[in-house]
Design a protein around this ligand. Structure first.
Ligand code: HEC
Length: 137
């Protein structure tokens, strides 16, 4: 009887321990934040990941021709619609919600006298702004 209990306990231990490595793999990888670090970067340097992200930002510096607005559908339309009154800097520094872009548009038209373009152009520009200067994505 005692022998059976010992064998059962041993079997149970093997089962429990056997799941160990698999369970560890499923856990969140704490090093994933460093995944984008440049090749050759010291993996023990806690700032490596941040520097890698800064480089990623520089890659989309924007198109000089359109006041530094990042390339994409609507960049040109946005440039000509908006620089009539102010530079693109005021746009590039924004990180706001979709709803806030809609509000800003209305404010620009109603309070600042911005001319409303064709509905398709308005949709194109708002989509461009919401895609590139968003706090939501
Ligand atoms: C008719 C003139 C006019 C046009 C055209 C115009 N704006 Fe403006 N905009 C203004 C004025 C005036 C301000 C206020 C500037 C200030 O605060 O000194 C402003 C401010 C802003 C601000 C800052 C708002 C804040 O929270 O302070 C943003 C963002 C902005 N404009 C985006 C745009 C975008 C995007 C376009 C093109 C779709 C555009 N504007 C077109 C007149 C205009």
């Amino acid at each position: 009887m005692f022998d059976i209990v010992t064998k059962l306990a041993a079997g149970l231990a093997v089962l429990v321990l056997g799941t160990g490595p698999a369970a560890a793999e499923a856990r969140l990888d704490p090093m994933s934040a460093l995944a984008g670090r440049p090749a050759g970067a010291n993996p023990l340097d806690p700032m490596a990941a941040i520097r890698a992200r800064a480089d990623a930002g520089a890659a989309r510096a924007g198109n000089e021709e359109f006041g530094g607005l990042p390339d994409g559908a609507g960049a040109e339309e946005t440039y000509y619609q908006c620089v009539a009154c102010h530079s693109t800097e005021i746009i590039k520094q924004q990180r706001v919600t979709d709803h806030r872009w809609d509000e800003l548009w209305t404010w620009m038209v109603e309070a600042q006298g911005m001319v409303e373009p064709e509905p398709e152009t308005k949709a194109l520009i708002l989509t461009y702004l919401k895609t590139n200067f968003s706090s939501e994505r």
